[in-house]
Design a protein around this ligand. Sequence first.
Ligand SMILES: Nc1nc2c(c(=O)[nH]1)N[C@H]1C(S)=C(S)[C@@H](COP(=O)(O)O)O[C@H]1N2
Ligand SMILES: [Mo]
Length: 371
Amino acid sequence: MTYLTTPTASPVGGPARVAEPGEGISLEELQLAARNHGMPLEAMHQDVTPPGLHYVLVHYDIPMLDPSDFRLEVSGCVERKLGLGADLYDLPSRTVRVTMECAGNGRAQLLPRPVSQPWLVEAVGTADWTGVPLRYILDQAVLTDDAHSVVFTGADHGVERGVEQDYQRGLTLADALDPDVLVVHSMNGQPLPPQHGFPLRLIVPGWYGMAQVKWLRAITVIDHEFDGYQNAVAYRLKQQPDDAGTPITRIEPRALLVPPGYPDFMSRHRFLHPGPVTLHGRAWSGWAPVDRVEVTTDGGATWSAATLGPEPGRYAWRGFTFGWEAGPGTTTLAARAYDGSGRAQPEQAGWNRGGFTNNSAQTVEVTVLDA
Ligand SMILES: Nc1nc2c(c(=O)[nH]1)N[C@H]1C(S)=C(S)[C@@H](COP(=O)(O)O)O[C@H]1N2
Ligand SMILES: [Mo]
């Protein structure tokens, strides 16, 4: 396989492209991958991901905003319009620990490969987000009887498949009024870093990343379902470009191992010494708490239950460990998660055109050296 090909210009309009058989990652995809970085898996040793190690995904450019003249406008189907600035810091706030994952995580491992941000498995991170419940802000604005959905607009602007737009996502009122949905100003006790939405972002715990609108500048209550690009066109599970598709919402269960031992610089193949090894990992689901994790150390021939760590907050990943007696040779490790809603992480997830929600089990190739 060729990993780098000459630039293949993606069409500016029209549907997203799917790579030809054997077509390597292009410079265009590399450009996206370098801007939008994943979380180094060793960061899973910590309950909370330091901001610089949390994954980042930005569709357009990071807006550089001046907080002194920044206002969050609340309008539409409300009795009282609001313009919130620094006064937002004086409103009642809460902190929620949330594991966030990009809906495109795993995309680059699908065959054929949907051409977009080429994530492997690292598009995830966990942070303590502090801010004001959206519900409190909507109560202050007083919803009118015709309120149906809420639209969140970011201060960033760009073009996607020929459609010029502000980054916008909508939520139905029922989803928006969940008391855990927050307008946050802080990440891990510090003001949001620019790449994570400074000065304000939306947090919708349990949902894939696309719902968590950064650089939030407007909240607009509308009397119908939101039909903007990111809801109606982009984040949908489709087999064909012209399918209506189904909307992407909550995070499917996934477990990831911290690759054990030490890596080869180029291939990242792992090496370790024989003997007892404790494997560490994290597992999460946006649907219900993870209640079981299984690990294989023989390439999937046999799976055994891992030991779960303490129950975390409702929306945070759960640690797990697995004791392994590593004998010489090369083998493949993997883990898979199960949640309280009955969802089970598959070894191989199904394909869709956007390359979304691919929670196929991660595989980690390791060589155990001779004693
Ligand atoms: N305004 C705005 N919000 C956005 C995005 C964006 O491009 N613009 N990207 C979304 C996507 S697709 C993801 S996965 C998450 C990533 O959040 P993070 O960079 O803080 O990890 O932000 C979401 N919010
Ligand atoms: Mo995303």
